[in-house]
Design a protein around this ligand. Sequence first.
Ligand code: ADP
Length: 518
Amino acid sequence: GLFVLVVFISSILDPITWWTFDKYIIASMRDARAFIFKYVQDLDFAFHTEKSTGALISAFKRGDSAFWSISNELQEILLLVINYVVLLISFWFISPRYAVAAFVFFVINLLSMKFLVSLNIEKRTAFNEEEDRVSSHITDNLINYDTVKFFAKEEREHVSLMEKFSVWEKALWGYSYSWRTIEFVTTFNTILGYVVMLSLMYFDIKAGRITIGDFVVVIGFLNSYFPRLTRLLFRLRNIAKSYSDIERYFDLLDEDIQIKDPIEPVDIKNITGEVVFKDVTFAYNKGNAVLKNINLTIKPGESVALVGRSGSGKTTMTKLLLRFFDPQKGTISIDGIDIKEAKKAELRSVMGVVPQEPIMFNNTIEYNIGYGDDAPTRKKVTAAAQLAHLHDFIMTLPKKYKTTVGERGIKLSGGQKQRLAIARMMMVNPQIIIFDEATSHLDSESEQLIQSAFWDISKEKTTIIIAHRLSTIQRADRIIVLDEGEIVEEGTHEELIKKKHGHYQMLWKLQTEGLIDR
Ligand code: ADP
């Protein structure tokens, strides 16, 4: 009766144990994933320009499943350890000598495991690096599928992947060997343990120190002791594997955020839009200044076109204004407030950016236009699309505002994407606008639509244009000419065009005389 009761209680307790563990494991798995993702998203622009999406995703996936298995293993180990201790104590009461002998084998096993497990972690980490390399190659190929197709390089990419796989394979074998070695050594130790204990008993029976009855009891115990010990050691091995997977996952949290929010931020919401660069010097890599001693004041509501050769530092100026990087020297302020004094999120929310090649979410047109607004209504989205001269085009589509734009916005043309980006920016009504003109040739209708949309919305707003087109340059209030990271000329189009042998005059001639096409 007691036996039935115990079995009954244990069968009820088991599911309760699993359920309680799972309740916490699932919640902490979700929290870890969300926390790490949020942390990665908060990391600096510099981190994101250096990262490999493929490697990062593979680290995420491995870490996530390791989190699950490590939690399960720990829970199993906890039960096994309790089980093992109870067994050892009972063993002690039956025969202290054999209990000590069994324990000695446990220690021997543990010591050999210590060495083998650290080797296994090392091999696993090395394999993970190769796995990330393969994953990075595959992701990069998926992203650049069009370039691969343009050049018909599918076969070469396959060969290059196979080369990576040959290193990957070696690393996997190394890891697999160290894994199997643990299995072999543990099994060998266990058999050795059995043999030694059986020999011990054989001599004890022969010498009449123990009875056949004792022998049967001890064998019974050993039969349950050694398999448990092996299971415990294998669990430890699994933990070692998960440990190296989870280490890389949590290591992401050690990445430093360089561009920090101030402790006591200054409110920057209601601004007029005056932008001042004062003695700004900046280098991405030490000793290689991309911007040198920049001094520039942009009045509220003024439109300024940045022009200059490719690589002269135009985009970098806007990245500094958005605080994607901090300059090594000098300050940048908005309405007299040093941008380092404001919260990054608030600073960026007073600015609207239309990038050269806008990227969209693989979602509907409506979702993409309304992205910057926390509660976008169809009315607001339509109004923004109308301002951006995109509404008429949207209405020609079968699903209209519910049309999906494809990954990164692939189903839209360059001009449509830029107009969508203008509409998206309009939704948040920023005081400062940064417009990076598309360098690629748009058809004249598209260009005219973009230009007219852009000038309509930029009224009374401070506007910084990275300009490539004559029409834009001429309409701007002021032109700033950059060369090798320095402001070399500034003024209106009429003023600059008259400057003999000036940089601007040269750029202008190159464009109007058709020597270069932008
Ligand atoms: P522009 O917009 O005038 O064409 P950029 O401001 O983009 O020029 O670039 C200025 C210089 O900075 C270029 O020499 C470019 O190679 C370099 N650069 C741009 N971004 C980075 C980066 N993330 N890391 C290192 N160098 C960069």
